[in-house]
Design a protein around this ligand. Structure first.
Ligand code: ADP
Ligand code: MG
Length: 294
């Protein structure tokens, strides 16, 4: 058995997620892919980690998933085994030059998970885009024109740590936003900016957009502050906050340097188990939501 099929078999053994495999077919049958942007203008809050591991957990449950690395830093690409020197043209060629998505997509070591990587040279991306016509809709247009979208259950977009044109492209293409929030001081203040941005985009540009949920990351149960922040955020945002909390876990921070999701690096780690639960919770919530008109 290859390493990747072993990884898949191991992950699929997890009962919480395996139970959702039947859901996969049902959800896929609802219609077009759910496009979920992972966004927060703050850096280092767990966006990329969440994008990689949520996408991996969903793929392991039998969903076809495309991960889009919209961050010029390319951490999602590297973390999924595509270091800079292994990448060809990527998402910025799609955005700035109209390269078809099909020509830039790459497989990953996870069956069912493909990636639209960041370009190796990406600083040009946002600058070139500024003068392009329809510049905030480039990603949406590219996805709409991609024949593979119909075969995908989920598109997960890893946004950069800013609210510039790239993140705007992510929010224009998405139906749902997932906001990772680090359990630290001023967490609530930081989140106002992204929720106001989502609201502004919804009102003016993409009426189908909504805040799907907030996930608390880097939770440290030995630290009272984590619990206080969690209570605060739940008090304010109520059910918008996922029940699943992602613990601070060393295995999560080690995995990217091996070019692997933590689910493959150490499936039994608390971090992996938390991301599997988050994927299951996300699918549950989507299943309960009324299906949206396109
Ligand atoms: P962002 O994409 O929001 O900038 P990252 O996902 O890259 O954030 O995370 C920032 C850093 O924190 C990375 O080094 C990552 O490995 C580490 N990290 C993220 N989540 C956790 C966690 N739950 N436990 C420990 N380290 C984490
Ligand atoms: Mg990131």
């Amino acid at each position: 058995m290859s390493a990747s099929s072993r990884a898949r078999a191991m992950i699929a053994q997890d009962r919480a997620l395996a139970a959702r495999s039947a859901e996969a077919a049902r959800l896929a049958a609802i219609g077009p892919a759910r496009i979920i942007a992972i966004a927060n203008q703050k850096g280092g809050v767990g966006k990329t980690t969440t994008a990689i591991n949520l996408a991996t957990a969903l793929a392991a449950a039998g969903y076809r998933v495309l991960l889009i690395d919209l961050d010029p830093q390319g951490n999602a690409s590297t973390g999924l085994g595509l270091p800079r020197n292994a990448r060809g043209r990527g998402v910025f060629a799609v955005l700035a030059e109209g390269l078809p998505i099909a020509d830039a997509i790459r497989p990953t070591l996870i069956p069912g998970l493909t990636i639209l990587p960041a370009d190796p040279d990406l600083t040009a991306g946002e600058m070139e885009l500024v003068s392009a016509t329809g510049r905030e809709k480039r990603l949406k247009d590219a996805l709409d024109a991609w024949p593979g979208l119909a075969g995908c259950a989920f598109v997960i977009i890893d946004c950069p740590p800013s609210l510039g044109l790239l993140t705007l492209n992510g929010l224009m293409a998405a139906q749902d936003v997932l906001v990772p929030l680090q359990c630290e001081f001023f967490a609530l203040e930081g989140i106002t900016q992204i929720t106001q941005t989502i609201e502004a985009v919804r009102r003016r540009l993409n009426p189908g957009l909504s805040l799907h949920g907030i996930v608390l990351t880097m939770y440290d149960r030995r630290n009272n502050l984590s619990e206080l922040v969690a209570q605060d955020v739940r008090g304010f945002f109520g059910k918008k906050v996922y029940e699943t909390v992602i613990p601070r876990n060393i295995r999560i921070s080690e995995a990217p340097s091996h070019g692997k999701p933590v689910l493959v690096y150490d499936l039994k780690s608390p971090g992996s188990q938390a991301y599997i639960r988050l994927a299951a919770e996300l699918v549950d919530r989507l299943g309960a939501a009324p299906s949206r008109a396109a």
